[in-house]
Ligand binder design. Structure first.
Ligand SMILES: Cc1cc2nc3c(=O)[nH]c(=O)nc-3n(C[C@H](O)[C@H](O)[C@H](O)COP(=O)(O)O)c2cc1C
Length: 199
């Protein structure tokens, strides 16, 4: 039995390609391990606020010393941290909006990249504190890019998650989702790829 955390960020509701890819991953995982539990965090419906001064300063105060206001300020981060710490498998839908991933995903990242909780410099070198987790990133991209743009985004996300200890990362991506001549074929190919890799 695994705890699966599904991070959704698409604003396209039921038409979301990234969420459909994530669901394909989750279905495969559930086929193999039907007792697994899935926790969905939909950042498009319930975004985490941008990291502001009061959020950040509250997150640096030890839990037992926080007053009520500071507890409230660190609540978003505390919840997101608990979810990722408890997850064995993280499945993230990554739509491509205005040449990068959604800012809601960045706000979530800002809430889970916390010194002393998910990474540490205590030994003098950076150490990721999350261990034994598998991450699936499912990209949905309107156009087709061959100039390294998508690879850069992938590289950033892999570096970030590696920094907090998540190094086992599998990437699936569908490009051309806004191109009528490519959409269905490319999407079906990615679904088939997921089903093969996770068979
Ligand atoms: C607000 C918005 C911005 C977008 N910006 C881009 C873009 O810069 N480049 C691109 O190729 N596609 C762009 N698209 C198309 C999306 O990448 C495409 O619809 C993809 O399927 C989004 O993932 P989703 O279906 O999970 O929402 C954009 C779509 C939206 C809604």
């Amino acid at each position: 039995m695994a705890n699966i955390l599904n991070i959704q960020t698409s604003i396209s509701g039921e038409n979301s390609v990234s969420n459909k890819l994530s669901q394909t991953v989750i279905n495969q995982l559930l086929d193999k391990d039907p007792n697994s539990k899935v926790l969905v965090r939909d950042l498009a419906l319930n975004p985490i606020p941008h990291l502001e001064i009061h959020h950040f300063s509250a997150s640096r105060i030890p839990d037992e010393e926080k007053n009520e206001e500071q507890k409230k300020a660190s609540q978003y981060s505390d919840e997101a941290l608990k979810e990722i710490q408890e997850a064995d498998i993280i499945v993230i839908g990554v739509p491509f909006y205005n040449f990068t991933f959604p800012s809601t995903l960045k706000s979530w990242i800002d809430s889970i990249a916390v010194a002393g909780k998910t990474f540490s410099y205590a030994d003098g070198t950076p150490k990721g504190l999350l261990q034994n987790k598998k991450l699936y990133l499912n990209f949905a991209i309107g156009g087709v890019y061959e100039n390294g743009l998508i690879e850069n985004m992938e590289h950033y996300l892999k570096t970030l998650f590696g920094f907090i200890g998540i190094t086992d990362v599998e990437v699936f991506k569908s490009q051309g989702m806004m191109v009528p001549q490519l959409k269905d074929e490319n999407f079906s190919k990615t679904v088939a790829e997921i089903e093969t890799v996770l068979a």
